[in-house]
Write a protein that binds this ligand. Structure first.
Ligand code: DGJ
Length: 733
């Protein structure tokens, strides 16, 4: 791994064994992008790679060289208003009304490790040698703005982390209208785009389409990252797939409004932009104030999507998830939501906890309905104290009983919300995010609290801390059940309103930070009506997230497969629920449901007091099996071998780092009569090692080479019916 600056050519080369990222200082002293992709071992003067050509109508940098136009060169920091007429990463408005900037290189700094970002989640790589960073400072010729482009490269990972900060050294206010973290210009447009799209109950489905001229976007203007698009996009060569072809992935470490945009211009070059969405954003930079953008993790893979995903999994597991939970097994939990919804009493909960303990569960989670006067979604958000009609003596007695059983205790919160029907709203109507004299739009009867205000975050911290301490909680489920509208912070000045979306996100991060400082072992599971805020920003605080409110195992195959494009198995909340399924009404076997949930942070979402003896027996076996393979699932390398988006069969494989063991999940949704034997070709094994493969009635030995080239024969492994699955373990023999 190295970051090299060559004074003679004025070019930067960030490289490791996987990738090269090359840029140079252009004649106008701005930063030009040269190359991002597979490692280049030796580079000469890269000036020859610039597209310098005279084009009618394009403004040029100077009359002395009419072939040099910002409208066509590849850039690192495109800015609106000068000569780049494409959509740009940055835009400013000065007090004069001008938008023009002319940033010029001043200096750079190369250092070991990586700095943390102020107030925001970020990749952690402070150990020497694990990472190197490059900060390049540019100054605007016409103002006192100072721009710092921030890059980090890590040893052996095909990945670059990018962000920037902007500082106003002048006395005049400057408005930052757009601050997208990344601009990456590519020399051609021969790609397909991949986005993770969806809606409630069908999150993160993989959508692939060829790039076309013009603009294509993944975005959110919902105040959170959203069901609709994940803050991720990838470009893949048209002949690329899971295991072959060049891929560039971009993942934004942020949980609010975002934009991921690809623009193919009329010369077939491609510009990718990613960062905070400029709509609804206007940040006033006063004297000596600065703005920091969130980070984008840019991954390059020369072997298709699987390799891209594996890079994201390793980097997020090792450098984003908090150290306390990094690579640590997760408690097997039972959550009462689908068992009782809000209609429960203490003895019912204790009965569920007692029966769950018998099954081998570690953690009992009490979901929505335990606080204020909450018996329906219509009231009490914000009143974080025990519901007196359900817990007349508080939560302590329930907590004591749960702990006596040897279980940990967890509770549901929706900290960012307030109901009009609540003591909190009656006391602090001005804490509601909306204009006091304008109409406002309810969502699930509730509204956003204004977390851009310090006092609101402090209040929530105090109330939630009291409950965590009093009920001795090990876990909280942090939910969010509506999107933002009418975003207006009462009492703030007009020129501060454009900062509110982002400040609420920072407030939400701060609340996480405060709670985790006080309760460092607390396990937070993020949730937003299922997976509407499943993003790397949340992953920094909450090592696992509820992937979807859809607990149907057949639908979960797609949701989990899509999620795995970016997020590791250790981050996916996957539970077994009752049948008929509450969302799809589908019947599937307990085995199928368990086998699908195995590839995530396992748990149950059902009434365990209603299980038959044989179901209890099966669940006990499921739990002890999952516990035995969790370290492998969370530490190993994950392969998507067959996709639920393209056929009837889904196959997942995890291989341990030392390639001595593995686990294969095979799922077939619809029964197909009279089929032949088909082969599943495995990956990532040692060719000459003998592996023994085992599942219920099956035991067979293969060489790694056989499994990877001829494949694993399947057919006899299945009984004949719909929704069949098997999990095969493999160990070196
Ligand atoms: C939405 C979540 O996704 C569910 O799991 C559940 O916690 C409900 N909210 C509770 O209101």
């Amino acid at each position: 791994m190295a970051i090299i600056y060559e004074e003679a050519t004025r070019q930067f080369h960030l490289s490791n064994n996987e990738i090269s990222y090359i840029m140079r200082i252009m004649p106008n002293e701005q930063l030009g992008q040269i190359y991002f992709g597979k490692r280049v071992s030796d580079i000469g003067n890269t000036e020859k790679y610039f597209e310098t050509i005279y084009r009618d109508m394009s403004p040029v940098v100077s009359q002395d060289d009419i072939s040099f136009s910002l409208d066509q060169v590849k850039q690192e920091c495109s800015v609106f208003g000068k000569g780049d007429l494409r959509q740009t990463a940055m835009a400013f408005t000065f007090s004069s009304g001008s938008h023009v900037t002319d940033f010029r290189y001043v200096s750079h700094e190369i250092f070991e490790g990586k700095k943390a970002l102020p107030e925001m989640p970020a990749i952690v790589a402070d150990r020497r040698k694990a990472a190197q960073s490059l900060w390049i400072t540019l100054k605007d010729k016409h103002s006192q703005l100072e721009l710092t482009l921030q890059y980090t490269i890590m040893a052996d990972e095909g990945m670059i982390i990018r962000s920037f900060s902007i500082l106003n050294n002048g006395s005049d206010n400057v408005e930052l209208d757009s601050a997208l973290s990344v601009n990456l210009d590519l020399p051609d447009s021969n790609y397909d785009a991949i986005m993770l799209t969806g809606a409630w109950c069908r999150e993160r489905h993989v959508e692939r389409f060829p790039l076309h001229r013009g603009i294509q976007q993944a975005y959110s203007l919902r105040g959170h990252s959203s069901h609709q698009y994940n803050p991720f996009l990838a470009l893949i060569r048209p002949d690329g797939g899971e295991h072959q072809g060049e891929v560039i992935g971009m993942s934004l470490i942020y949980s609010g409004n975002f934009l991921g945009q690809v623009e193919v211009d009329n010369y077939d070059t491609t510009r990718i932009l990613m960062g905070i969405h400029p709509t609804g954003f206007a940040w006033t930079l006063k004297e000596k104030e600065s703005f920091q953008t969130p980070e984008v993790v840019i991954v390059y893979s020369d072997q298709g999507l699987n390799k891209m995903s594996q890079t994201y999994h390793r980097v997020f597991n090792n450098h984003l998830i908090r150290e306390t939970w990094r690579k640590r097994e997760r408690p097997i939990l039972i959550n009462n939501w689908e068992a009782t919804y809000m209609d429960f009493n203490e003895s019912q909960l204790i009965a569920i906890a007692e029966s769950a303990k018998e099954l081998g569960v570690d953690l009992f989670v009490l979901d929505d309905g335990w606080f204020g006067k909450r018996n329906s979604p219509q009231s009490s958000l914000g009143d974080w104290w025990p519901n007196p009609s359900k817990f007349p003596d508080g939560l302590e007695r329930l907590s004591k009983r749960i702990h006596e059983l040897g279980l940990q205790f967890g509770l549901w919160f929706e900290p960012e919300m307030v109901s009009i029907e609540s003591d909190l709203y009656r006391r602090h109507p001005d804490w509601l995010l909306s204009h006091p004299s304008m109409t406002r739009s309810p969502g699930r009867y509730q509204y956003y609290l204004d977390l851009s205000k310090k006092e609101v975050v402090d209040y929530l911290y105090k109330k939630i801390s009291l409950i965590i301490e009093g009920a001795n909680l090990s876990y909280i489920k942090w939910d969010l059940n509506r999107s933002m509208s009418e975003v207006y912070s009462q009492g703030r000045l007009p020129d501060e309103q454009g900062m509110v979306y982002h400040k609420t996100v920072l407030g939400m991060y701060r609340l996480h930070d405060l709670l985790l400082q006080k309760f460092p072992d607390l396990l937070i599971e993020s949730c937003a009506s299922g997976g509407a805020r499943f993003d790397p920003g949340m992953l920094y605080y909450a090592p696992q997230g509820w992937v979807s409110d859809n607990t149907d195992a057949v639908d979960r195959l797609k949701i989990q497969a899509g999620t795995s494009l970016v997020y590791p198995l250790s981050s996916m909340g996957t539970h077994v629920s009752a049948v008929p399924n509450h969302q799809t009404n589908r019947l599937s076997s307990l085995k199928f449901r368990g086998d699908v949930a195995t590839f995530g942070t396992f748990g149950y979402e059902l009434d365990s007091t209603l299980l038959t003896n044989s179901e209890q027996k099966e669940i006990k076996a499921q739990i002890s099996f999952v516990k035995s393979i969790q370290p492998l699932l969370f530490d190993g390398t994950f392969y998507r071998l067959e996709s639920p988006f393209s056929g009837n069969r889904t196959v997942w494989l995890v291989v341990s780092e030392d390639q001595t063991e593995g686990v294969i999940g095979i799922y077939r949704t619809l029964n197909q009569v009279n089929q032949g034997i088909s082969m599943i070709k495995l990956k990532g094994l040692k060719e000459s090692t003998c592996y023994e493969l085992t599942c219920e009635n099956y035991r067979e030995r293969f060489y790694g080479s056989e499994l990877m080239t001829i494949g694993l024969p399947v057919s006899g492994l299945f009984q004949e019916s719909d929704f069949l699955s098997t999990i095969i373990t493999m160990v070196e023999c």
